[in-house]
Ligand binder design. Structure first.
Ligand code: AMP
Ligand code: MG
Length: 954
């Protein structure tokens, strides 16, 4: 005889090797009073005789599993124990129960139902019955206890078997199911499932505490769940108003919580159904239970009422199409399969309707409960929520896979479920995404406790004033070293002041921009300081950028003056903007005073610089940063890094990137020494090793990808004075951290994180370079900075859940120059900060809290990428590429085809008349070299998703 579909799946799972006791259905009952043992044994035998399923074994015949039914008189396999008078009887009982629950079944040899009768005392017995799921299910338990009661009662009285014969048997059902699957009804049901489950996410990506094992393991643990009378009453009332059952209402709440935890608005939950929709099979013992995959749509911000409506429609649909076995649904929907998780859904919600019978009742005996069997908990899914109604309350369990989750995490999530349900019951008009998951304590922890960063800083000072104060303290100390030339603090100050007075005469003042297009040199530093001293804001213009880009930046930032060097003058002559050559024109301001300018209208909230960064819509955008944030950032540094005046800092980051800001100004504010790397030096590990050694550099910054290159250099460790390496700009890997420990023993490694829009860095972490870190966090917020991780509705996310990183506090930039729309989109009011006028910057970075309040960076939410630490909007490259006449459509991706080596690749539709060289040259006219893709691939068409959107993954 063939197997049913459900049996076939279980059979295969068992063949694949060891499900342990995952599919055992154990039950235990305590029988107090005079037991008629023979009547009980006869009743059990009779049940086995009635139900072919209980006499069935499974063997492979010609490669196909088949059911083999033993004769009706095989009897019930009962082992008897007599523990009367034993002092350790209770302990022994527990041991027997545990053994019974775990003992394997042989599907091939049977029996697949077995039991133990344990005599504890004259009038005290324990009956254990265990069945394998392949011949039974929860409903079957009810049938069994009911029949056992009726048969025992009759046999005890000496009466014959009172039960009517069964009309059909399980094997008839299995055969019918096989035939029925070919038919029309089934086709209609199958269509329903392919329609509703098509394109569902492969995995509900819950934030697990541990990485998902390559193969599911079934180790589990269980929490008790109880919803009190008030909440239960509230949920019932809610259901009455919306025509939903408790099952639907609870499912809606569960789906909403899972959606928030996973960040997915499309959630599939498994739900068992008894599968007993036909009268003929109601009285059978057998494996009928079926699983429905209920897909809940949380998209577009439904209200509670709307969500209930959606869930109702889905669950009714699912129930209406429940005859088709889940195995068939999986086959038809054909989701991507994986050994690491179940198909279609990984989370279960089981609602046990009130059962018809109240459990086993044997006449003349008092039924009792046996303390919970010490059997291990099996987790068939990531999470299984099992609930039922018990009087005026809802009770049950939440089982979780211990390979994925810690108990505290799941306990917290249960709290979220309760709060979600409470708020749903309280107000059905609210949008589900706005309902708060966090408890008051958790909320204040993530919003306030972990953001207690208030610290004193020179809030009245501008950047250059920090330097001027240092000049007073150590005028004769060496401030700058560049290729054998030195400048003292006093000399540097004098030169910068002369130029500052001159710039002032040219109209430079608060918020006035001054372009600066120079190579790394002493003049660069003089120029930058002079702009600040004049009260203006500098706009760094990298001389290696294409003319087109430089001209765009000049036009966009509208500087009053541009500072340059004689050899670079032609790069910046544009639309009549006055140009000063820092070298050749210096005599023009030689007569100006060398003393500091008087303090004037300039405040720390005026601009210090405007740094351009790639723009997704096709043009770079200028980030406007005021003095205050930078001063705070510089003041925080020594507290974190332990920096002091003995420090020697290498300045190697191009000044068009904001990392250069602390390299340039922190040493000068602290009396330390600044070593300026030669113009092309920052990419040359041999030069860097050499200059670090020669100048006794103590602190240096690398973006991680360049740190990797540097560490490869044989001489990198020769700089014996090196004490600190600071990285930022892209994700730091544990491998790289460990390599620093090996190559540069004793050197501290600091991982800093921050966007240009928030004065360089906003979080920091001291790495453990002993190889103990498996993920490198970005740490905690710096002084006077608040970090919020928010979901799309602007709610703080729980610990462990991915949220968009928002930055608040004094370092938030003013905005984007001449881009009020974009500024309003990315810079918003801080709803949590308290301070009036406080603002937030939305970074577009995804991150999560660790339980200890440190932050882990997870990636980008958009198409911004980093290549060698340089920030690139792929959209900007695409916009430029599309301007070429031969290009119809295009996509640019950042690919890592070799580890640690990110390259840009352009995929182009059209372009037959334009080869890679032509496109490269076209892009080179407007984009800096690091934004020009390395490779060009021609496609017939761009791959699209089923709903017509670009499929970047493909
Ligand atoms: P930028 O404005 O050039 O400093 O780039 C800022 C972006 O670089 C951030 O939004 C992040 O995406 C990325 N980033 C900066 N620092 C880190 C870091 N330590 N780890 C991972 N990503 C980082
Ligand atoms: Mg940065």
């Amino acid at each position: 005889l063939p197997l049913s579909f459900a049996q076939t799946r279980l059979w295969f799972l068992e063949q694949m090797g060891g499900l342990g006791s995952t599919y055992h259905i154990p039950t235990s009952m305590r029988l107090r009073g005079e037991l008629d043992r023979d009547a009980l044994v006869r009743a059990l035998d009779r049940i086995v005789a009635r139900h072919e399923a209980l006499r069935t074994t499974f063997a492979q015949v010609d490669g196909t599993p088949t059911q083999q039914i033993a004769p009706a008189d095989v009897g019930f396999h009962l082992v008897e124990h007599d523990l009367r008078g034993r002092a350790d009887a209770e302990a022994e009982l527990r041991r027997v129960m545990s053994e019974e629950a775990r003992a394997p079944f042989s599907l091939e040899r049977g029996p697949l139902i077995r039991g133990r009768l344990i005599r504890m005392a004259e009038a005290d017995h324990v009956l254990l019955v265990t069945m394998h799921h392949i011949v039974s299910d929860g409903w079957s338990m009810g049938v069994l206890t009911q029949e056992l009661g009726a048969l025992y009662g009759a046999f005890r009285r000496g009466a014959p078997d009172p039960l009517p014969a069964l009309a059909i048997q399980y094997a008839d059902f299995a055969a019918w199911q096989r035939r029925w699957v070919e038919g029309e009804v089934l086709r209609e049901q199958a269509d329903y499932w392919t329609r509703t489950l098509g394109g569902a996410p492969e995995l509900l990506a819950l934030p697990t505490d541990h990485p998902r094992p390559a193969r599911v393991d079934h180790a589990g643990a269980m929490l008790r769940v109880e919803l009190d009378e008030e909440l239960t009453g509230g949920l019932k009332a809610l259901g009455r108003r919306h025509g939903t059952t408790l099952y639907m209402t609870l499912l809606a709440g569960w789906a909403a919580v899972l959606g928030r935890l996973s960040g997915q608005d499309d959630v599939v939950i498994g739900s068992p159904t008894a599968g007993r929709g036909r009268r003929e099979i109601e009285g059978l013992i057998g494996f009928f239970v079926n699983t429905l995959a209920v897909r809940v749509d949380l998209a577009d911000g439904p209200t509670v009422a709307e969500l209930l409506g959606r869930v109702k429609e889905r669950t009714l649909g699912a129930q209406h199409h429940q005859d088709i076995p889940f195995e068939q649904v999986v086959e038809r929907v054909a989701p991507t399969r994986s050994l690491s998780h179940g198909p279609l859904f990984q989370v279960m919600f089981a609602w046990q309707e009130m059962t018809r019978d109240g459990g086993l009742a044997l006449p003349g005996l008092e039924m009792g409960r046996v303390g919970a069997a010490p059997a291990e908990v099996q987790a068939k899914f990531d999470l299984s929520l099992n609930l039922r109604q018990a009087g005026d309350r809802i009770v049950g369990t939440l089982t979780y896979a211990t390979s994925l989750f810690e108990r505290e995490t799941v306990e917290r999530w249960l709290g979220y479920l309760r709060r979600m349900l409470e708020q749903m019951a309280a107000d059905e008009g609210r949008r589900v995404e706005r309902l708060a998951l966090l408890s008051g304590d958790e909320r204040s922890r993530v919003l306030d406790e972990w953001n207690r960063t208030e610290a004193a800083y020179p809030g009245e000072s501008c950047i250059h004033q920090l330097f001027e104060a240092q000049v007073e303290r150590t005028p004769e100390a060496t401030a700058l070293v560049f290729e054998g030339e030195l400048l003292t603090y006093a000399e540097l100050n004098g030169r910068a002041n002369r130029l500052a007075h001159h710039l002032r005469s040219l109209g430079v003042g608060p918020d006035v921009r001054v372009g600066i297009c120079v190579e790394r040199s002493l003049e660069m530093m003089v120029g930058l300081l002079a702009v600040l001293k004049a009260g203006g804001a500098y706009v760094p213009l990298d001389p290696s950028y294409p003319l087109d880009r430089l001209h765009y930046m000049l036009a966009d930032s509208a500087p009053a003056v541009v500072l340059t060097q004689a050899r670079l003058r032609d790069r910046v002559e544009h639309a009549g903007v006055p140009v000063l050559e820092l070298d050749a024109d210096a005599p023009a301001w030689a007569h100006r005073p060398a003393a500091n300018r008087e303090r004037d209208a300039l405040t720390p909230d005026h601009l210090a610089y405007v740094i351009y960064t790639s723009g997704s819509t096709g043009r770079p955008k200028g980030v406007e940063v005021a003095h205050r944030g930078v001063v705070n950032r510089l003041a925080w540094m020594p507290a974190f890094h332990g920096l002091d005046a003995r420090e020697v800092v290498l300045q190697k980051t191009p000044y068009s990137f904001d990392v250069s800001v602390w390299e340039l100004f922190w040493p000068l504010a602290a009396g330390a020494r600044l070593v300026i790397a030669r113009p092309d030096g920052h990419r040359d590990p041999a030069y860097l090793s050499e200059v670090i050694r020669r100048e006794r550099v103590t602190a240096v910054h690398f973006v991680p990808s360049l740190l990797g290159v540097f560490l490869e250099h044989p001489e990198c460790a020769a700089g014996a004075a090196l004490r600190r390496v600071v990285t930022s700009g892209e994700a730091l890997t544990p491998e790289l951290v460990a390599r620093v420990g090996q190559r540069l023993p004793g050197v501290e490694l600091h991982n800093l994180y921050g966007p240009t829009e928030a004065a360089v860095d906003v979080t920091a972490w001291k790495c453990a370079t002993d190889g103990s870190e498996t993920r490198v966090p970005i740490g905690r917020p710096v002084a006077n900075t608040r970090i919020y991780l928010l979901d799309p509705a602007g709610e703080p996310v729980p610990v462990g859940v991915a949220g968009e990183l928002h930055v608040g506090g004094v370092q938030v930039a003013r905005g984007y120059g001449r881009r009020p729309g974009l500024t309003a989109e990315r810079f918003t009011a801080d709803p949590f900060g308290g301070a009036p006028g406080a603002r937030l910057y939305r970074t577009g970075d995804l991150a999560r809290w660790r339980p200890d309040g440190t932050i882990e960076y997870l990636g980008r939410m958009d198409h911004q990428v980093k290549v060698r630490g340089l920030r690139i909007e792929l959209g900007e490259i695409e916009a430029r590429l599309r301007e070429h006449a031969a290009v119809r459509e295009c996509v640019v991706l950042a690919r890592q085809d070799a580890p640690g080596q990110t390259r840009l690749v352009a995929y182009v539709v059209g372009g037959e008349t334009a080869g890679a060289e032509v496109l490269r040259a076209h892009l080179g006219q407007t984009l800096p070299e690091h934004m020009v893709p390395a490779a060009y691939v021609r496609l017939e068409a761009l791959p699209l998703t089923p709903n017509g959107k670009l499929d970047r993954k493909a």
